[in-house]
Design a protein around this ligand. Structure first.
Ligand SMILES: *Cc1c(COP(=O)(O)O)cnc(C)c1O
Length: 375
């Protein structure tokens, strides 16, 4: 930017209440909800924590479904609110089933809150929310869903499924900003929150503040200065998804997962960490490093072959065994996915891992991509 050019990001006209509300409505449409939504001015962990602190109190019994790293975090918040926490876990190589959840609900009739992650970007698995939500609804508990990594990447039918608290962020499949997040709150959830004396008030974590100061007033006046740049970026992300068509964006993410899995299966050496295709998240494919090989070395070798491909070693305890291939947002792209398969092939070869001809793996990936997009 030259000295005599006005800075693009500064000196914008103020973002008024009407525009803020319109942005909320665009995001709610992508979430397939007509319930009230609250926009929180922070990364998605803010509304996730706000939901738990608003809806849970001492005496609550919560079912926390752990299928990746975020579930662990939710468990800590639930306990710190005084809830008794029942945990159901699935290995990161698969998904939790509605039957498992139903069994936990039968065994613990007092469960009044269920926390669940939809797609897991970190571990590459995804959960069958429609079926799980059905059994939660029959039981009568509130359902909180972390849909940060699924919105725009796979169908997210918030109202149809009966999700009471659905949290999304713009930074994954929507290829948008990370600094504002949206949560939908059902009428049932508002009742529970209003009855909770422990629910945060006059706090950054307060959903009730937003309800009283924003929603109940007909969204006529913003309670405080909005994160304008983030909101405008969120609007552009929602508009871009709308222009491309939500179904087309979802198809691109499905194609990216199918292509990565198909390419790697032909290649050999690494294997998809998530065993069944239907349990694989559309935002990231996790790969198991071969025996005796460190996943971090595979990532380094792939990046040495092509520094631009979206591969990384998994975090924490899985760093040695799991390679994570991201394919969300603009990286859910045929060229990017084929380049990634190619870089993995070259990287594995450089490490002396026996693999198929790289070209064959790339062709298989391309065919799998086309089959999803054309099918
Ligand atoms: C990405 C993500 C979040 C938000 O966390 P960041 O890593 O800070 O973007 C929350 N939940 C899930 C399931 C996610 O994938």
């Amino acid at each position: 930017m030259t000295a005599n050019t006005a800075p693009d990001l500064l000196d914008l006209p103020p973002l008024g209440a009407g525009h803020f509300a319109r942005i909320e409505d665009k995001v709610a449409a992508l979430m397939r909800t007509r319930e009230t939504v609250v926009t929180m001015q922070g990364e998605a962990l803010l509304p996730l924590e706000a939901c738990i602190r608003s809806a849970v109190r001492p005496g609550s019994t919560a079912l926390n479904v752990i299928t990746g790293p975020y579930g662990e975090t939710f468990g800590g918040w639930l306990r710190s609110c005084g809830a008794e926490v029942i945990t159901v876990t699935a290995p990161f190589s698969g998904a939790v089933t509605p039957e498992q959840v139903a069994e936990a609900l039968r065994a613990h009739p007092a469960i009044d809150f269920v926390s669940l992650v939809h797609a897991e970007a970190a571990t590459g698995n995804t959960n069958p929310v429609a079926g799980i939500a059905e059994v939660v609804r029959e039981h009568g508990a509130l359902l909180m869903l972390d849909a940060v990594a699924s919105v725009g990447a796979e169908p997210l039918l918030t109202d149809e499924w009966g999700v009471d608290l659905c949290v999304i962020g713009g930074q994954k499949a929507m290829a948008g900003p990370a600094g504002v997040s949206v949560v939908s709150v059902s009428a049932r959830a508002w009742e529970r929150i209003a009855a909770n004396e422990q629910a945060p008030r006059r706090s950054y974590l307060s959903l009730l503040d937003w309800k009283e100061r924003w929603i109940d007033g007909g969204r006529a006046a913003l309670p405080h200065a909005p994160a304008q740049l983030e909101m405008l970026a969120l609007e552009q992300a929602a508009d871009r998804v709308e222009r491309a068509g939500l179904d087309a964006v979802i198809a691109r993410h499905r194609a990216a997962a199918a292509a990565t899995r198909a390419g790697v299966r032909v290649l050999g050496g690494v294997t998809p960490y998530v065993v069944r295709d239907e349990d694989a998240a559309p935002v990231a494919t996790t790969l198991r490093a071969p025996e005796g090989t460190d996943a971090r070395d595979i990532v380094a070798a792939a990046l040495a072959a092509d520094a631009c491909v979206p591969v990384q070693a998994a975090g924490g305890a899985l760093a040695k065994e799991m390679v994570r291939v991201n394919h969300y947002g603009l990286e859910a792209d045929r060229e990017v996915v084929l380049a990634t398969v190619s870089a993995l092939a070259e990287g594995l070869r450089a490490l002396g891992v026996p693999v198929a001809e790289p070209g064959e793996a790339v062709v298989a990936a391309g065919k799998a991509w086309d089959a999803v997009i054309e099918g």
